[in-house]
Design a protein around this ligand. Structure first.
Ligand SMILES: Cc1cc2nc3c(=O)[nH]c(=O)nc-3n(C[C@H](O)[C@H](O)[C@H](O)COP(=O)(O)O)c2cc1C
Length: 383
């Protein structure tokens, strides 16, 4: 199998990626008090040494009191970008990655509706929800019933002032990221968290300029991107992750046609997004009827920007199946992926669990060596 096409460099704004393989963002929870240490720096350095072209970090909490908090998810060991101390801590990570020839973006994250009362770095901070809603109960989800009971009651919708505060917090954290030596900014705009909860009609039922229709629902994301772009300047790329599916409901959809997808993403492209990361569980599934093209393909087509695909690359089972204990095996045949890549469907290839388990996955792909697969043991340690 010839994987050479994936090893062509790609320039975007002021940076050049050595190849098209991206480490997909994966929450680990190994940063006590929100500060990554030398073990986290070495973990990311190993992926750079293993030739991965772009590393997108685990979700990193922004400088806002309710950015993080979910029982069982990292208990204050999810990293943050909240001020000089975190800039210094992240500097260790970016230096280590750069010394090994890598490129790294932090994934800026605010949990929005998913924040649970009395958890996270600021337990008393109320969750930020566009309409006070967590989302409909009864969707297909892997979240446990106890959590669903706790987060279901409606809270107060966000005020205009709260919206402005969170946007300002994104900008501050982008500034910290730049000071810490990151090469670009990745935004978590998917999976039902804050940015996505503005995009999704089930969680955004506002009738004002932040929600009255599809385009208004994109305004929050666009404002965040615009502020970050103003902060970081023209040379650092911005990538934006979005998803049809939500933690609240794996079957949810933001867009049911390419035209709707265009309405949602075009304002973000105009605001300064360079790369759209289309988060899917299986990269090889067609997104809309009448075409074989996947979601990343459509994102590229409707925006004219770069796009990244993800989901089940190098492995035979989707994310939630493997987390639920389904046995996974390495999927050495990258031909279906390469076929789509060669058709110019997308520009970048996101690899999650395969790179969690094997820091050298990208080099193996280049050399045609057997892959190691994945098992959940690699979640317990930073290997
Ligand atoms: C342990 C773990 C943690 C994850 N955390 C995040 C995260 O913080 N942000 C995010 O956008 N996606 C997260 N994801 C989703 C991955 O980025 C990726 O989209 C998903 O695992 C599918 O890719 P794969 O099939 O190659 O694993 C996580 C996945 C795993 C396995």
């Amino acid at each position: 199998m010839i994987t050479a096409p994936l090893f062509a460099p790609l320039s975007v704004r002021g940076i050049t990626l050595a190849n098209r393989v991206v480490m997909s963002p994966m929450t680990r929870g190994f940063s006590p008090d929100g500060l990554p240490g030398p073990d986290v720096a070495s973990y990311y350095r190993r992926r750079a040494e293993g030739e991965t072209g772009l590393i997108i970090t685990e979700g990193v909490g922004i400088d806002h009191p309710s950015a993080l908090g979910e029982a069982g998810l990292g208990e204050n060991s999810i990293p943050m970008l909240t001020g000089p101390e975190s800039v210094e801590a992240w500097r260790l990570v970016t230096d280590a990655v750069h010394a090994s020839g890598g490129v790294i973006f932090p994934q800026l994250w605010h949990m929005g509706p998913m924040k649970e009362a009395n958890t996270g770095p600021v337990p008393a901070a109320a969750p930020m929800r566009p309409s006070g809603l967590w989302g409909p109960r009864g969707g297909l989800t892997s979240l446990d019933a106890g959590y669903l009971d706790r987060v279901q009651p409606a809270t107060r919708p966000m005020t205009d002032e709260e919206i402005a505060d969170v946007i300002a917090a994104y900008r501050r954290s982008a500034s910290y990221a730049k000071n810490a030596g990151f090469d670009g900014i990745a935004l978590h705009g998917g999976h039902g968290y804050l940015v996505d909860s503005f995009l999704w009609s089930e969680t955004n039922q506002r009738t004002d300029a932040w929600g009255k229709d599809l385009v208004a629902r994109s305004r929050f994301a666009a404002e965040v991107v615009r502020e970050i772009r103003a902060e970081i300047g023209e040379t650092m790329p911005i990538s934006f992750r979005f998803s049809q599916w939500k933690q609240q409901d794996f079957k949810a959809r933001l867009a049911s046609t390419p035209e709707e997808l265009e309405q949602i993403l075009a304002p973000l492209a105009d605001a300064g997004v360079d790369i759209f990361e289309a988060s899917t569980r299986y990269f090889n599934r067609p997104e809309f009827a009448g075409s074989d093209m996947n979601l990343a393909g459509w994102a590229k087509k409707v925006t004219g920007k770069l796009s990244m695909t993800v989901g089940g690359i190098g492995i035979n089972k989707g994310y939630y199946d493997s987390m639920a204990g389904a046995e996974t095996v390495a999927q050495p045949d990258l031909t279906p992926l390469l076929d789509r890549f060669m058709r110019n469907e997308f520009d970048l290839v996101g690899v999650g669990r395969s790179l969690l388990h094997d820091a050298n996955w990208t080099r193996r792909a280049r050399l045609g060596e057997p892959f190691l697969g994945f098992n959940t043991d690699s979640l317990a340690r930073l290997i």
